[in-house]
Design a protein around this ligand. Structure first.
Ligand code: GDP
Ligand code: MN
Length: 345
């Protein structure tokens, strides 16, 4: 397997200082979890893992975000579970609600069609809202305006490896924009018009593309040609965005912001089921410097059903090199494509 040798060497990045616990003040950063009150137990699982492997040492603040008020039970239990500060924020209504220009009848008819196409969560309007919010809204939250870095965490994920350096200062000092752990193919049925809509935008703004972009990675037709075909020319390979360590200023850039606006007006967050993962990934592949995108291979991670699990004595509880259980889902892994087209940093 192409990726395994890479997972055998998880020496932290070299070429500069990696700051350990207490060696430097906090970077301008927060851990960030969008979560529902009903997910408290699963949230505590993720928090426990990340605190144990990293944040107990570094004590970065957590920001919990919800589209409705957090319950007292949720706040008490999560505050007790973290070493640093816990903040609780509500999403402004206008960031979450289905935009006025969306035709509700068309949205419902599309949901029926997508259900036939076996697109997961087609009929769950809140899931579409969540994907849109993660694509183009979260970094506009008033409480995050002065913050640059975030580590996105979801309920029910696992972290397996002790990390001894400050990942946010790593990002800043080593001039990175975006950090990921897992690359996956998407269901092309959920994004049939995303790439064509992207090409419309690029035709209007050819100058927005970064000169060191990852277009070849985005449009790869060699590794899974039927996906590329069904998605109108996009390979569907994306950074799995349930894990992100990234710079919100990238999402706040003119290029990405206008791109999101264009997508939002096209309606595909509701007429299709565009996910924030392919939207972020296309945005990064076009408008970011590809050398500023970093694979955190040293962070052992799972969001079911996939793992990023390096081979190291620092990791406990996951099987080195394991991507998933079951050969049928094994083919969803596209981590190796990134290195094929972009190379290792
Ligand atoms: P999946 O990973 O694609 O199956 O989707 P999840 O159910 O894990 O949702 C992704 C993230 O959004 C998780 O952090 C959820 O807690 C959060 N989320 C999804 N829907 C809602 C919602 O309606 N309200 C809130 N507050 N959070 C949501
Ligand atoms: Mn999830």
């Amino acid at each position: 397997k192409g990726i395994d040798p890479l997972l055998n060497d998880i020496q932290p990045p070299t070429g500069g200082k990696l700051w350990g616990p207490g060696e430097r003040e906090h970077a301008n950063a927060t851990l960030l979890m969008l979560v529902r009150n009903s997910e408290l137990k699963d949230a505590l699982g993720s928090i426990g893992d990340l605190e144990r492997t990293w944040n107990q040492k570094f004590k970065y603040p957590w920001t919990f975000i919800n589209d409705e008020p957090f319950s007292e039970e949720f706040k008490a239990a999560t505050t007790a579970a973290v070493a640093g500060e816990a903040r609780y924020e509500i999403i402004p209504k206008e960031h979450w609600e289905v935009p006025a220009w969306i035709n509700k009848d068309l949205m419902d008819a599309s949901a029926d069609y997508l259900t036939d196409q076996k697109v997961q969560y087609s009929k769950m309007v809140s899931y579409h809202q969540m994907c849109r919010w993660n694509s183009g809204m979260f970094y506009k939250h008033p409480a995050l305006q002065k913050i640059k870095w975030y580590w996105r965490v979801e309920p029910k994920v696992n972290f397996y490896c002790d990390i001894d350096y400050d990942v946010f200062w790593y990002m800043e000092d080593f001039n990175k924009t975006y950090g990921f752990t897992i690359n996956l193919y998407d269901s092309p049925e959920s994004i049939t018009s995303l790439w064509p809509t992207t090409l419309e935008f690029l035709a209007e703004h050819p100058d927005y593309m970064h000169k060191n972009n990852a277009l070849k990675w985005l449009t790869d037709a060699k590794n899974r040609p039927e996906h590329n075909q069904k998605a109108g020319g996009y390979s569907t390979c994306h950074f799995w965005s349930n894990f992100e360590i990234a710079d919100m200023d990238f999402w706040r850039s003119k290029e990405y912001e206008e791109y999101f606006e264009h997508l939002d007006r096209a309606g595909g967050f509701f007429y299709e089921r565009w996910g924030d993962a392919p939207v972020h990934s296309i945005g990064l592949g076009l408008f970011a410097d590809r050398d500023k995108i970093h694979w955190f291979k040293d962070i052992g991670y799972r969001h079911a059903p996939y793992f990023n699990c390096p081979s190291s004595p620092k990791c406990k509880g996951c099987e080195a090199g394991r991507f998933t259980f079951g050969a049928d889902v094994e083919q969803e892994d596209c981590r190796v494509n990134w290195f094929e087209y972009v190379g290792l940093d």
